[in-house]
Design a binder for this molecule. Sequence first.
Ligand code: HEC
Length: 123
Amino acid sequence: MQKRILVSVAVAVAAVVAGCSTYSSKPKYTTEQIMEQGFKGKESPAARVGRGEGTAADFKLLAELTASLPLNAPPKGDAASWKEKSTALAKAGKDLAAGKAGALDAWKAASNCKACHSAHKPD
Ligand code: HEC
């Protein structure tokens, strides 16, 4: 009896794990969360990185947050433009965290607040 319970628990755990990997392309953060946690304000990780003062923890957080960005639908604007901008930002974040050469310049170009907001941020 006890053994049977254990087996069914194991099956349930396996199902949860499988479920997670099936849905791994679901965004972990909404665009609002990404902006609030990574970009908002003069002391945000994105602000520090943009000033060349980013820490390893900032890079890691921004890589983690921006990975969800291309998976979210743009709240406004053209889907192709969103895909291009959000993918460039996610890639730059990932490259920063990985310490790749040129990643900071790519990040500075891709994290242009105004360029993205004017196209994709609702008023
Ligand atoms: C690749 C596109 C993109 C870039 C780059 C970007 N943002 Fe955003 N941001 C958005 C979008 C889209 C929204 C609107 C989110 C919504 O309302 O769902 C937003 C919303 C915000 C908000 C409001 C969040 C809220 O609580 O509603 C803040 C603050 C913000 N961005 C700050 C910044 C700053 C500062 C930068 C530059 C350092 C920046 N963003 C760069 C796309 C971007």
